[in-house]
Design a protein around this ligand. Structure first.
Ligand code: HEC
Length: 211
């Protein structure tokens, strides 16, 4: 029994030494234009999905994700913060998306994977995904209510035509970090209204600079 335990420890030690040597020699390729081998990709995917599933399990999903107001507010933020990477109806690809690895999924396409639940999406938007291009939007000041608005919009997005998408964006309040939940709990709506306009102006400046 002791012999087996020592052999297993020896093998583990050998494995760790070989891994350390390969890392020291610079063998793992960190470039974004070379994909992982299928086995490495599968292991990372497995670890990521297990990690997110455990952390998102306790999230209570609001019952009003089909609310038109939520969807509209989500549209303005999606256009300002997500479209470049996750595309929109009628947009085939983008420069940034082509260069990212892992590639951001096209969220304007119908979802095929069964694991794409609302709680999982909310968690990913709020916390981001390490070592990928997906940012933790809460770090930039986005409140939970606004993240739920985005989650609501993502449910509607694959069914929209390019014209409907544009209409949603145009009738939204532009780029805002507060969702409906925040609006209901705060009395100072006038202040917020002014801020929305400022942020809208910033978003406009940003998009002009990008061109
Ligand atoms: C700079 C590019 C970039 C931007 C901007 C970005 N994302 Fe992502 N997003 C990613 C990448 C890359 C992934 C895939 C991460 C992975 O698979 O490890 C991802 C994954 C996701 C997922 C999980 C999709 C799935 O079903 O697996 C959701 C949901 C998502 N992003 C929503 C958003 C929203 C909403 C915004 C805007 C507020 C946004 N993202 C902005 C790059 C981006």
């Amino acid at each position: 029994m002791k012999k087996i335990a020592f052999s297993v420890l020896g093998l583990l030690g050998l494995g760790a030494s070989v891994a350390a040597l390969l890392i020291q020699l610079g063998v793992p390729d960190f470039s974004a234009d070379t994909p992982h081998s299928p086995i490495v990709y599968r292991i990372i995917e497995w670890a990521r999905e297990q990690s997110i599933a455990h952390r998102a399990a306790a999230i209570a999903v609001p019952t009003d994700l089909a609310d038109v107001g939520r969807i509209r507010r989500g549209a303005g933020n999606y256009e300002a913060m997500c479209r470049q990477c996750h595309l929109a109806p009628g947009t085939e690809d983008s420069e940034i998306r082509k260069g990212l690895y892992p590639p951001p999924p096209n969220l304007a396409k119908p979802v095929i994977e069964s694991n794409s639940t609302d709680a999982r999406r909310f968690w990913i938007i709020k916390h981001g995904v390490k070592a990928s291009g997906m940012p933790a939007w809460s770090k930039g000041g986005m409140e939970d209510g606004a993240i739920w608005d985005l989650t609501a919009f993502l449910k509607a997005l694959p069914g929209l035509s390019p014209d409907e998408y544009r209409q949603h964006v145009e009738t939204s309040e532009g780029h805002s970090h507060r969702g409906m939940d925040g609006q209901a709990s705060n009395q100072k709506t006038e202040e917020r209204h002014e801020q929305h306009h400022d942020e809208k102006a910033h978003a406009h400046e940003d998009s002009e600079q990008a061109h």
